[in-house]
Design a binder for this molecule. Sequence first.
Ligand code: PLP
Length: 480
Amino acid sequence: MRSHLLNDTTAEQYRRSVTEGVERVAARIATTDRPFTGVAVDALSRRIDGIDLDRPLRDTAAVLDELEDVYLRDAVYFHHPRYLAHLNCPVVIPALLGEAVLSAVNSSLDTWDQSAGGTLIERKLIDWTTARIGLGPAADGVFTSGGTQSNLQALLLAREEAKAESLADLRIFASEVSHFSVKKSAKLLGLGPDAVVPVPVDHDKRLQSVALARELERCVRDGLVPMAVVATAGTTDFGSIDPLPEIAGLCEQYGVWMHVDAAYGCGLLASLKYRDRIAGIERADSVTVDYHKSFFQPVSSSAVLVRDAATLRHATYHAEYLNPRRMVQERIPNQVDKSLQTTRRFDALKLWTTLRVMGADGIGELFDEVCDLAAEGWKLLAADPRFDVVVEPSLSTLVFRHVPAAVTDPAEIDRANLYARKALFASGDAVVAGTKVAGRHYLKFTLLNPETTPADIAAVLDLIAGHAEQYLGDSLDRAS
Ligand SMILES: *Cc1c(COP(=O)(O)O)cnc(C)c1O
């Protein structure tokens, strides 16, 4: 069994084994003609249930053959131009190179003695990101597993900085279309059930600053403590960007922590054309970025950034075995003092290899392309009487629904759209997402693939209309 351990005597086997795997994936990627096969849960469950984990196959090729059967053939492929569903991006090859390196060397980014250069590389990428945001000379941050963890950590710091007699008095303000991880964080942080105050949005799904001002005022009047305002720079459902300068002004006025959730909108930090859409982000106390959404990085790659490095101390605990206090005096750098995690992947390396091969402009160009594509798609939808489209895109999301000419019952229109989404998924021709707007079912394209063309969008809209019409036709038959 020792032959399976990676070391000086097995380096050649490592090369062969991983190359075999890479070749399978490359062959699969080169030949997928649909984003999904439409495989049913039951069919796939049977195949996976049939495998006895206590009877190893031993042979790499056999394992890869089996993997084709249980995973690779029927996976959902984000690189396909007709995958238009969630905030998943096709990945850039330089990042995959970084991924291969980081998992083999397997550094752990908690301490210097488990990472050495890894710690310094991560720090340099954090500095690069805070400079792009404009957070100032005292800024710092740390890589995380994703936007959910970044938001949790930012709100932990905000909670510790807030002055309140009781956790029950703390309030967080976030738009009604902010990410659900804000509410989850409030719960994990021990705040009360009413801690997150939903602030109404305008027609474009942007937080209404007038309403925020009113809520802050009310909060203080009621003797409660405003702990944080979460501004979303790129909502998950609409890509809408809250009015950051106005929110920053209100946060200053009330002395409240401003957190910007730019999990999606962070791609604009590299944009050559649309950087101004997130102007005001530099006034934040903390920022969430998900490189695995709009920097074309593999999952996971995310960071939380703060204006004042000192606030990260709220996440610091000293353990004798790992990061004793004397290390601070000895000036030995570590990242665990800044992180909610202990053992932690060197995810930063993927961004490093990406920036070193492509440069930031390369990423920004790709993100600009998907923003332009969304603008094209919006024009298509707005001109098409078969569809109702909401919110002109600020990033790369389109939310719309099929509105059949002959149907007026909104519940029936809901069912037709739900059916179309399901039928499309089952066909594997395209994958789209869905959400609710004002209580009604809508469909959603999250465009993160520069290879998707306006012709793809038009073709998928035709497919959606076809499925919806088919449902309504069948529904008429059922009624008669
Ligand atoms: C995706 C998303 C998150 C959560 O990020 P994960 O990486 O999925 O944990 C948080 N906020 C917004 C606005 C998002 O779009």
